[in-house]
Design a protein around this ligand. Sequence first.
Ligand SMILES: Cc1cc2nc3c(=O)[nH]c(=O)nc-3n(C[C@H](O)[C@H](O)[C@H](O)COP(=O)(O)OP(=O)(O)OC[C@H]3O[C@@H](n4cnc5c(N)ncnc54)[C@H](O)[C@@H]3O)c2cc1C
Length: 448
Amino acid sequence: MTKTKYDAIIIGAGISGLLMALALCKEKKNVLIIEKNSHLGGNCRTYEIGGYHMDTGLHAITELSNGPLKILMDRYFSVVPKFTPFGLYYARWQNKLQEIPLTLTQLSFFDILSKRDRILLAGAMIDTVANSSLNKNALKKSVYDYIKNYSFSAKSLKFIDTICYFLSGKSMEETPVWRILSGSDYVDENDKSVKMHFKKIIKFVRHSGHSSHGYPLGGIQGITASVLNSMPKNRITFKTNEKAIELIIKNNKIKGVQTDKEIYSTNTVIYSGFVKNLPNLTNKLSKKYKSKLQKIKQTKSFTLWLGLKSKMPEFSYLGSEVYFDTPTPYWAIPVSNFDSNLAPKNKQLVGFTTILKEDDSKKQLYKLKRAIFSALPNIEKNIEFEHIQITIPEKAAITVGVKFPSPKSPIQGLYLVGTDTNMKSMGITRASYSVLDALEFMKRDRVI
Ligand SMILES: Cc1cc2nc3c(=O)[nH]c(=O)nc-3n(C[C@H](O)[C@H](O)[C@H](O)COP(=O)(O)OP(=O)(O)OC[C@H]3O[C@@H](n4cnc5c(N)ncnc54)[C@H](O)[C@@H]3O)c2cc1C
């Protein structure tokens, strides 16, 4: 055991672990952060190959004007990342882009779907938004269970399925209805008052777009870099290339962490790896707790980054697009439109993500490329660079009947953060919610 006793040890230096480390350092705690990889940031990372700067997956950062990341930035950041507005979310159909409808008016113009299906979909959406105020249990059903009696066309079902994958990581059969509402901001998980419900119904008629979505200049590394640059150097110790392998627990209280190199002493551990893997670090968890963790499902994504020799008119927009007229639907973002430094001069960088469904990545690449070339026939001859990433976007997909564990674990002094300990929003925003919640528990426990 090392002589130094840390006030807190954080396992994992992804964005959740780093945000937690920053908060604790600013609360005057001496913190050790252990990361098994050689780099900091986990999935919140951007790296360069051949002049192209790629994020780990495609990112839109949500709730920037008043969400949890903003709260953490206001409280703890000395250096704040610069965000540029994200723009709009489009669907591509026959080489035309149409805004993904968020309101009744937009839906009425969304002629990618038939008139009949648009009217039916409007009915289904009004029904769910109104029901969200009255009947919570109805919203726990899967999207498919909710809409199966509407007899939508195959095309509309494909569209709904694609949106479900985008918002929850799983199909419409597995995605709960409430997830679609909260993902499109029609349920406020923080305010359940009647006034708020009416506000949300009115918003459904007159939505003003995602004004609080942004993209960090320099890529998502910009967020990680700001956290690192804000960190008080005298309070933080980083250990990279070191893996936590066991939690030292006595009488149900945390006493330290054993890694593959050393044993460290502390009374507070914050674990930011996959909660599903927590039982690998201790045999002191109850069967019931472990079986709850085992129910958590994940989705793997397959991202193809394409460097383009010249900028294409097809990508002359800010925002992202979904293409679903294919067996392999994708979500794409021309990221160098947000920040031209992400691609070499006069070139363009576009990322395409789909759900990984094939064991063989060559087959998956073939299918994704077929989808891309059918949507964008001019792109094939303009490609000069390709890069593939296979990643897990969220540590837990949001699926019917699955509950995430609380940030306060059953072991005294052990807290959990990350996208599998909070269901609000998505990605980095969800990770930030989890950090705020864990800090709240730590305050109640008088750790800070
Ligand atoms: C394809 C894709 C699309 C995405 N889209 C969006 C988006 O649009 N918007 C958005 O906000 N977010 C998005 N995200 C998600 C976002 O990047 C992640 O939610 C966020 O980065 C997760 O941070 P985290 O710290 O919780 O987890 P991670 O980044 O997974 O960090 C966990 C860290 O813990 C380390 N670790 C685990 N176990 C141990 C151990 N035993 N010992 C030491 N270290 C350990 C890991 O090595 C890792 O570095 C996307 C991600 C991907 C991949």
